[in-house]
Design a protein around this ligand. Structure first.
Ligand code: PLP
Length: 362
């Protein structure tokens, strides 16, 4: 199970991912899908989708068509949709691969409907309505055009009408209720179809945000969907890295590039085999914190490309070959993110390709 060289090991607990999905199913009035874009938020879209399919999940979302095509075979009979919409010229490929696009403009609707008419059948798609994100989706004017000219959808079977919440993790943000109202108004103007509204945090906003299909990503992977409150999700990632060397560094000596940390006393410094080329963010320089046997270990100095350094002066048990926990039950993804000045999504999707990956309960 260990890496061939002195590399770090990334453990993904698929039983925890499955437990998180079941928990969301229990909380949400409608069905619950799984967003597995960006290689399953960095954890591995295939193993995640396979495990959730076994659990009973039948709706998967990627961002790109290519991601959906790669997963198609893992989820027979399930919907595997691509959120980023229909790129000009791709309609044939979507249809061939049985991937419904998420249509977000009249141009996309036109291209998909034409593809359906050419094939002599209505092709499944989702309609994406913009209710305040101003990123993708049909504008209110475009929704009106579709309402007035329903023949624009003659080649389309609308499987879901969906929208995406911009601030779901802030329960007090007024835009949440505004988006729910705009969504209801848009749905009333469009062909009757099941609706898809909540992302992870949306599931925790209450009954007004329930729909026929929720689209959680982050919460499945253990990111807290309710920031500021206790995390209801189970952690599912553990990143452990081996100590290569432990060095004595005298008071006043600098450690790492540019001496960005200067030892305030005679210190012991552990050098670990993980750096920013592993997606271990450089912004953790002089800010990260690992654990050794549960004890906190401060990251000192700059994170280098392949290495990082930790002050283990107080931890005589740390020797070459010891393992530090960089992410895990005691070092939550959200805590790493806060120290790095980003969010858990970026921490997970940055996870590097050099890690030896171990899947529990695959
Ligand atoms: C990424 C994404 C989701 C999942 O959001 P989480 O916050 O990770 O739950 C849902 N819907 C759309 C349109 C997305 O782009």
């Amino acid at each position: 199970m260990q890496a061939l060289s002195a590399g770090a090991v990334l453990e993904v607990d698929l039983a925890a991912v499955a437990a998180n999905w079941r928990m969301l199913v229990a909380r949400h009035a409608g069905a619950v899908g799984a967003v597995v874009k960006a290689d399953g938020y960095g954890l591995g879209a295939k193993p995640v989708a396979r495990r959730l399919y076994r659990e009973g999940c039948r709706h998967f979302f990627t961002a790109h068509l290519a991601e959906a095509v790669a997963l198609r075979g893992e989820a027979p009979g399930a919907m595997v949709a691509a959120l980023n919409g229909l790129w000009p010229g791709d309609a044939g490929a979507y249809a061939e691969h049985d991937v419904p696009p998420v249509l977000g403009s009249l141009g996309e609707v036109e291209a998909w409907s034409a593809e359906g008419l050419r094939r002599g059948r209505r092709l499944e798609a989702l309609l994406h309505v913009d209710t305040g994100m101003n990123r993708l989706g049909l504008s209110p004017g475009e929704v009106e055009r579709l309402a007035e000219e329903p023949e624009r959808l003659d080649g389309v079977a609308v499987r879901y009408v969906m929208t995406h919440l911009a601030s779901a993790e802030e329960p007090g943000a007024p835009i949440n209720a505004l988006q729910a109202r705009r969504f209801a108004a848009a749905c009333a103007r469009l062909p009757t179809a099941p609706r898809s509204l909540a992302n992870s945090s949306g599931i925790f906003l209450g009954a007004d945000f329930a729909s026929e299909l929720a689209r959680p990503g982050a919460a499945l992977y253990g990111i807290n969907p309710t920031p500021g409150r206790a995390n209801p999700m189970r952690p599912c990632v553990r990143l452990r890295a081996p100590v290569l060397q432990v060095r004595e560094v005298g008071a006043g000596e600098g450690v790492g590039y540019n001496g960005a940390w200067v030892a305030p006393r005679d210190s012991r410094i552990a050098t670990v085999s993980v750096g920013y080329a592993d997606g271990f963010l450089r912004s953790l320089s002089n800010a990260g914190e690992a654990r050794f046997d549960g004890a906190p270990v401060p990251l000192v100095g700059r994170v280098s490309m392949d290495l990082s350094t930790y002050d283990v002066t107080e931890l005589p048990g740390v020797a070459p070959g010891a393992w530090l926990e960089l992410i895990g039950p005691d070092v939550p993804v959200d805590a790493v993110a806060e120290r790095a000045g980003t969010n858990g999504y970026e921490v997970l999707t940055s996870l590097g390709r050099r890690y030896a990956r171990v899947y529990l309960d695959a």
